[in-house]
Design a protein around this ligand. Sequence first.
Ligand code: PLP
Length: 409
Amino acid sequence: SFPADAVPQAPEDPLFGLSRAYKADTSPDKVDLGIGAYRDDNAKPWVLPVVKKADEILRNDPEANHEYLPIAGLQAFTSRAAELLLGKSAPAIAEKRTVSVQSISGTGAVHLGALFLAKFYKGSRTVYLSNPTWANHHQIFSNVGLPIATYPYFSKETRGLDVDGLKATLEKADEGSIIVLHACAHNPTGVDPTPEQWREIASVMKAKKHFPFFDTAYQGFASGDLDRDAGAIRHFAEEGFELVIAQSFAKNFGLYGQRAGCFHYVAPSGAGAAEGANIATRVSSQLSILQRSEISNPPIYGARIASIVLNDDALFAEWQENLRTMSGRIIDMRKKLRAKLEELQTPGGWNHITDQIGMFSFTGLSEPQVLKLRTDYHIYMTKNGRISMAGLNSRNVEYVAAAFDKVVR
Ligand code: PLP
């Protein structure tokens, strides 16, 4: 048996703990601003209309069965997934410098990438994470034995990007460090670099030969525009970087529990097209071994749904419309929350609420204020003051603003 000093009690995952506390709260006023999943204006999960259609097509397909997928997953899905990130006419795709492996959503893609780097990466093995970042990054990279450091990201003063601190840290880091970058809609801050700042970050990373590890969980969900949300990744790819990308379809397709995702490797352009393709072939062979020993082959259902949409022009257009519905509602909630706080003349500036993008906003509320909101107003958010904009709707936004106002004063 395992004594407590060998297997100590681990703390509960803070997010899942928060969700449990919310569910147990019987107040009719309760508001869940912790969830990392989209909710419609009635606070209900939203099955995208285009996903319903694809599901219908799938269920009526006489050829559909429950056989295993290949180790690398559904190719009709993974190849379109790569195009979605890099652009249809990307040289890396034309030159066969990319490898795409279907994963257990974004988490599984980050893990597969971490495992691959832990086994094969020969540069400085330190993984730099933004401070703060999605908490799971810390666990995933340390679980595979890679040392972790952080780079400054969020400025408490401006509630925006600390671009100088970020660049200074990347400049000081050992050459060839692994840098994890959120492609868009940074979790938890909602703060993204501007296109100009991305260019600056890329140029520091190029000078230092750092290795970009992109995590993209919100493409199309941030701005409503798939191409715009892939801007940072495309810039790095155009600059010829060797890089990896962990891609999730949980949020942008609303396929959370289906675990549809993809891991991509892009060989450097500088190696020349033929050598780039050779590297990709070798990387692909090793990813297959890792995948086989980890999950054998990925889950089929969600990938098929996404694949149906990604491979049909009309359904793809409808998906883009659905993305605009989700991102539009979230942007609207940002505007309403800020307007109400300003109307109440709540102390502090609130422009960051609309400057930030994507599912989350770093409100700047302190931990005592967060706890007071929970106990006195039944409003649930993480202790760092992060709120999920998706938890706001036309019926609760004024209540939430009024409660923020009370705890801030
Ligand atoms: N990466 C980031 C930054 C995220 O915010 C999330 C989800 O919250 C993920 C990855 C992975 O999510 P999933 O495994 O559900 O695709």
